[in-house]
Design a protein around this ligand. Structure first.
Ligand SMILES: *Cc1c(COP(=O)(O)O)cnc(C)c1O
Length: 348
């Protein structure tokens, strides 16, 4: 991609910004025994009395090695939600710029556009839940800064076809954010391997889904070193706390257990699809590449309430465009899934 200069996309106030310099920016420990009297911390050791590493070096070094990218191509955040917000604030001028989203999709893109006073141009997915590439390129204007592509997509579950995304990456002059929250369940390859080919590509992932760590809040952003440098300028200095860094490190090191759990979820997903397929009140089961299944039913409100009475909470997605009378089922443990299937078969 020739003639792409990410610095031209940066919000003016961010371009001019002199970032905050923390105590841990100004002196980085080399591991030798030092007396730290520079950050007004309580000196008595309880495990977390010191500020955490603002750049999470141990965790990034492990992720860089596993994913085959450089540490300088990674930014970590308090969940991907923080990362998405940082992307808006770094690149969008309030009341001037716009972003493009592809509903039905993850709701936070729209909420963040509202918070940041950025216009959200919505281009519906096609009937097969694929990006409508021509329409997207038609609504783009000079102020279109970000295009959000969620693949596998939430709530539909499918991964988008490669050629559509490729065309968008090649044609869109702003940044393309591919949200890969569900990539670990997918049979498709991550777009991470394409970072060096597309200077306008940002890939976000999270430890909240396959990695089973929704409670610690750890989101991951992969992009060019230039983009990461810009995001680092505006992130809160200690945005990823010490306990999160420790738990994330342990878990990422225990890849075998993560893979085992993902495999169990995929097996259970097959069982759930079989069961849903046999139900008379289910009219359509959408193809899924994630840890959930979207199903069109006869009457979503009725089925939702029936399940609630049986102490099962699913998500009613009927208010989303193209999703009338749909329920989204997250795949649970084998026991939970067995229980769900038994209850579903009893409904009438
Ligand atoms: C769940 C989800 C996220 C949330 O990520 P956090 O890291 O927990 O903030 C992001 N994107 C999509 C599409 C999701 O479904």
């Amino acid at each position: 991609m020739e003639g792409f200069f990410v610095n031209k996309l940066v919000r003016e106030s961010v371009s001019k910004l002199q970032p905050y310099s923390s105590a841990r920016d100004e002196y980085v420990s080399d591991g030798s025994e030092m007396v730290f009297l520079d950050a007004n911390e309580n000196p008595f050791d309880n495990g977390v009395n010191r500020y955490p590493d603002p750049y999470q070096r141990s965790l990034k070094s492990l992720l860089a090695e596993q994913k085959g990218v450089s540490e300088n191509q990674i930014l970590l955040g308090n969940g991907s939600d923080e990362i998405l917000d940082l992307i808006y604030r770094a690149f969008c001028e309030p009341n001037q710029d716009n972003i493009i989203t592809l509903p039905p999709t993850y709701g936070m893109y729209k909420v963040l556009a509202g918070i940041n006073a950025v216009e959200n141009k919505e281009v519906l997915l096609t009937a097969y839940f694929e990006p409508n590439v021509d329409k997207i390129l038609n609504v783009v204007d000079d102020n279109s800064k970000l295009l959000f592509i969620c693949s596998p997509n939430n709530p539909t579950g499918n991964s988008f076809k490669k050629d559509g995304i490729e065309k968008l990456l090649k044609s869109f002059k702003g940044l393309v954010v591919i949200d890969e929250a569900y990539i670990d369940f997918s049979k498709d390859e991550s777009w991470l391997s394409q970072l060096d080919n597309y200077p306008n590509l940002i890939v976000t992932q999270t430890l909240s889904k396959a990695y089973g760590l929704a409670g610690i809040r750890l989101g991951i952003c992969y992009a060019s070193e230039e983009i990461i440098r810009i995001l680092n300028k505006i992130k809160p200095p200690y945005n990823v706390n010490q306990l999160t860094q420790q738990r994330a490190l342990q878990r990422v090191l225990n890849q075998d257990l993560v893979n085992q759990e993902v495999q169990s979820i995929l097996n259970e997903r097959t069982e759930l699809i079989k069961a849903l397929d046999s139900l008379e009140f289910v009219s359509t089961l959408y193809p899924t590449d994630a840890n959930f299944v979207l199903a069109k039913v006869d009457d979503a409100n009725k089925r939702y309430q029936q399940l609630l009475k049986k102490q099962v909470v699913v998500r009613n997605r009927s208010t989303q465009p193209l999703c009338e009378n749909t329920l989204r089922f997250t795949v649970g443990t084998p026991e939970e899934n067995k229980k769900l299937i038994a209850i579903l078969k009893e409904l009438n």
